[in-house]
Design a protein around this ligand. Sequence first.
Ligand code: ADP
Length: 210
Amino acid sequence: MTPRQEQIIEIVKEHTPITGEKIANMLNVRRATLRPDLALLTMAGLLEARPRVGYFHTGKTPYLLIAEEIRHLKVIEVKSVPVVVTGDTSVYDAIVSLFTEDVGTLFIVTSDGCLEGAVSRKDLLKVALGRGDLHNIPVNVVMTRVPNVVTISGEESVYEAAQKLVEHEIDALPVVEVVSQDDDNEQLKVIGRFTKTTVARIFVEMGEGR
Ligand code: ADP
């Protein structure tokens, strides 16, 4: 917020409800000068404008508004395309995919797209440091496998997704959809990818006021 927008908030807090004209008088500026500030503060949800009454302070802080936004924004709206390989893919080809697809984590799926595991760049680096032939080691021997893979559904919030990244100290989550379920077995279809880059992108867009 600009210093003037902060002053406006303070004035409205003290004099609720107050007209735009009166705010302008208190700040020694013309009403028209304040119009963009008042529009922005109203749009951001900090002030509420009631016709013929004036401006009210909604009691919300910018932090509260950001919290609301990230708890409402769903993973499905921001997810990116998942990069998947099957378990029999060699570690060599998996490393090539990291470069060609420009990702840090690959998800391992069955031939019908159901989640089997995840493999990160360091998992692959570790094997590459060994003596084995990378063409002959399948990626499913080095992956973290289901049910240890942390997942997120498209209906969950970006806040919950980011919380999982932090809590489990991982870079990426597969976005999944339950396709079948019996007592102790759940088949999850991989429909997307949510990563630290997704979080950074949301952060930048919010910083730009989008
Ligand atoms: P890196 O180790 O390359 O920096 P991560 O921090 O994402 O990348 O991975 C750390 C470990 O967690 C790796 O062994 C990887 O297999 C595993 N891992 C990666 N993604 C997931 C996930 N979604 N759920 C569970 N484990 C994961």
